[in-house]
Design a protein around this ligand. Structure first.
Ligand code: FAD
Length: 463
């Protein structure tokens, strides 16, 4: 009897435990279900379209259906005679609730349902403190997890597939059209399993050397840009672990640091699994009374990259154009939104969810709470990034700001990260008219910093 392989965030053929089990059992019906209950951001929809195209190409065919997964899977079993369904687990609260109910429902109908781990180095419940509780601090979590023996990635199984009537990707209308704001994405990204491997190989060849320090430089190509591939499961952390560890030893320090970042992804999933309110509630309730502002004009300026702070604006424009933003700049723009503008981190979370190609419930919510200082093992709440010094330190030649804020490109390095402090003749020589060609700062750094700290004073957070 055929087995239904329900693809979700595991859009690959290699190291895919559920697919391997299905292939071992017999003929496989591969299906992807568009579940209306899943909140997928606009940029992620673009990725999904292309990733499903790639997967269908690798498989030969992929059945697409939209609607309630329980009903669709039961209907597919009836249509094909299948009596078992397999999938790989997701760890966000919506998926856990849906899958738990669905598993029971399928079993009631006499259909076997089995799930596997394809997304993490270890299941969130497999790593625990000595007292048997979830970790709340990254370093001991990563020490415990990275000391475990890592399972070898699985090879691509030999598949014999069957087909069933399918919707088409064109029906799903996942790509933007009017306007097509994703126009630049296709030159930058290759969604799909082979695109993921090309990214990993080119990173190991030319990005890994120096990663430990250079990963903080948004002007340099020293990060992997694997995050959307990881989110959609086109490559697994087990594969990244095994391939990186096989790399030559001179890069060991950098390889360790790179894998430790994969460790932050694991930690975020661990947190989301154990604390499912992470996307919606302050992890530390002491922050609940913070005097947030509600200012649509400031939020709009932040989203559009029009704050008057070049490193912030460059980051927000990079995000809009490419669906990606460098991690260092994510921290700076996040701090600016939360602390300089005193707008709730949920606004940042929502904008990132919609515009990032790697938007991920675990990484996004854990990271926003980290920046806000209200999360587990978070940045100190009183650390307020100075956007001028962050720019000078991490974009020292100004290449990143010049790329994304071309209207500032003729400014000398000395004033590039703080044009509002530049002498009038320097601005004039560079063709910059503040308030016309580039915005004046929407807030004064020192005043905003003092107001943010006063807010923390008000709610009496113990430091
Ligand atoms: P690399 O430096 O090459 O790292 C390799 C992999 O490690 C990444 O692909 C990612 O899977 C993981 N990783 C690296 N840094 C982190 C981190 N701090 N937390 C968790 N995992 C990490 N990452 C997402 O994947 N999705 C999100 O929605 C997301 N939202 C974020 C929001 C904010 C406010 C901040 C500060 C960070 C966010 N991150 C998110 C984490 C991080 O910025 C990205 O994972 C990273 O920039 C991706 O680029 P890369 O693949 O080149 O990273």
């Amino acid at each position: 009897m055929p087995v239904i392989m329900w693809f979700r965030q595991d859009l690959r053929l290699t190291d895919n435990p559920a697919l391997t089990v299905a292939a071992d059992k017999g003929e496989v019906l591969p299906v992807y279900i568009r579940d209306p209950g899943e909140a997928i951001g606009s940029a992620s929809k673009w990725w999904l379209h292309h990733s499903l195209t790639a997967l269908a190409g690798d498989l030969g065919h992929l059945v697409l259906r939209s609607g309630d997964p329980a009903e669709i899977l039961a209907a597919l079993c009836a249509e094909t005679g299948a009596d078992s369904v397999v999938w790989n687990r997701c760890y966000d609260p919506y998926s856990i609730a849906r899958d738990t109910a669905l598993k029971a429902d399928l079993k009631d109908r006499g259909i076997s349902a089995q799930s596997y781990n394809a997304a993490l180095l270890a299941e969130p419940w497999e790593v625990e403190t000595k007292s048997g509780t979830p970790f709340k601090v990254y370093s001991p979590f990563w020490r415990a997890l990275s000391a475990r023996e890592m399972p070898e990635p699985l090879p691509r199984p030999t598949l014999s597939t069957i087909d069933a009537p399918s919707e088409t990707l064109a029906d799903w209308d996942l790509r933007p059209s009017q306007p097509n704001w994703a126009v630049d994405f296709q030159d930058l990204w290759t969604p799909g399993e082979s695109g993921a491997w090309s990214k990993l190989e080119s990173f190991l060849e030319s990005g890994l050397a120096g990663y430990a320090a250079l990963r903080n430089r948004p002007d340099l190509p020293n990060v992997s840009r694997l995050s959307p591939h990881l989110h959609f499961g086109e490559i697994s952390p087990r594969q990244i672990w095994a391939r990186t560890r096989a790399e030559n030893t001179p890069q060991r320090k950098h390889a360790d640091k790179f894998l430790a970042e994969i460790g932050w992804r694991e930690f975020s999933h661990h947190l989301l699994y154990h604390f499912p309110t992470l996307p919606t509630e302050n992890w530390k309730p002491a922050f609940n009374g913070y005097p947030w502002r509600d200012d649509h004009a400031d939020l709009d300026a932040w989203q559009k990259g029009q704050t008057g702070y070049p490193i912030v604006d460059a980051g927000m424009r990079e995000l809009w154009s490419t669906g990606y933003m460098h991690n260092r700049v994510r921290m700076v723009v996040g701090s600016f939104l939360i602390k300089h503008l005193r707008l709730h981190w949920k606004h940042g979370l929502a904008w990132f969810h919609d515009t990032l190609l790697d938007a991920d419930a675990a990484n996004n919510s854990a990271s926003w709470q980290w920046v806000a200082g209200c999360g587990a093992d978070a940045a100190p709440y009183f650390r307020i990034f100075n956007p001028m010094t962050q720019g000078e330190k991490f974009d020292p030649d100004g290449a990143y700001v010049r790329k994304w804020c071309p209207e500032l490109s003729r400014l000398p390095n000395k004033v590039l990260h703080a044009p509002f402090n530049a002498p009038a003749h320097v601005l004039a020589e560079a063709g910059v008219v503040l308030g016309e060609t580039y915005p004046k700062p929407i807030v004064d750094h020192a005043t905003a910093r003092a107001a943010a700290l006063a807010g923390y004073e008000e709610i009496k957070i113990a430091s």
